[in-house]
Ligand binder design. Structure first.
Ligand code: AP5
Length: 217
């Protein structure tokens, strides 16, 4: 399957995409992760992207489209993929349609993770990433066992630079003005499926699989 995950920052796109990849083999393609990796490697592209990311703004379409175009051509996308955080505006959505047409592919579903604002704030300020395993955790919602597992493996619980209240506020505004219009775009295309993303990771995952029509044994 080829899936787009839509949803506000903190709605759980990365968490659900990681799990779907681990259990069902669809490759997670996260533009946020690709950009953070370019920033960490201090590539020219990463340095250019960093200012926008720190400000909670979108990185230029030119950079993001170049990156995703290269990534879609890699062999691990053949068994299906989940686009996590892309597209993020109408220009990116139209460019994706053109890229897929060229590859002879089509999207199977666009899943919107819907969740209230207050929940988003708590999820984002509490988010930590394990430096060892890359697992996304949360100081408010993950179990002590999960957090301890990272430390025991020799990892650190890292907080993202853009997970401070000021930048989170800007990211949420950008989502409303630039990305939310994609909901109507994909509803009109007959691809939209809505998942209520409140509740535990497990509960949301069960709804996510059901929305994709994936049966759990
Ligand atoms: P990106 O990395 O895509 O960030 P985002 O869209 O803001 O989304 P997040 O990663 O913050 O949230 P998520 O929905 O994945 O939530 P998660 O699963 O981690 O983008 C970062 C920046 O890069 C952008 O601001 C922009 O500058 C740039 N960028 C990226 N893509 C771009 C593009 N296409 N075009 C232009 N610029 C682009 O969960 C959050 C927390 O909640 C975690 O701690 C998790 O453990 C916890 N959690 C998740 N689900 C639950 C649950 N059900 N119950 C309890 N806790 C939960």
């Amino acid at each position: 399957m080829r899936i787009v995950l839509l949803g506000a920052p903190g709605s759980g796109k990365g968490t659900q995409a990681q799990r779907l990849q681990a259990e069902h083999g669809f490759t997670q393609l996260s533009t946020g992760d690709l950009l953070r990796s370019a920033v960490a490697q201090r590539t020219a592209l990463g340095l250019e992207a960093k200012a926008a990311m720190d400000a909670g703004a979108l990185v230029s379409n030119q950079i993001v489209l170049g990156m995703i175009g290269e990534r879609l051509a890699e062999p691990d996308t053949a068994a299906g993929y989940v686009l996590d955080g892309f597209p993020r505006n109408l220009e990116q959505a139209r460019a994706l349609e053109a890229m897929l047409a060229e590859l002879g592919q089509a999207l199977d579903a666009v899943v919107l993770m819907r969740v209230d604002f207050e929940i988003l704030m708590k999820r984002l300020t509490g988010r930590r990433t394990c430096s060892k395993t890359g697992k996304v955790l949360n100081v408010y919602f993950s179990s002590k066992a999960e957090l301890d597992e990272c430390i025991a493996a020799g990892g650190e619980l890292l907080q993202r630079d853009d997970d401070n209240e000021e930048t989170i506020g800007r990211r949420l505004k950008v989502y409303d003005s630039e990305t939310a219009p994609l909901v109507d775009h994909y509803r009109d295309a007959g691809l939209l499926r809505v998942v209520e993303a409140r509740g535990s990771v497990e509960e949301v995952y069960a709804r996510f699989l059901a929305a994709l029509g994936i049966n759990v044994q």
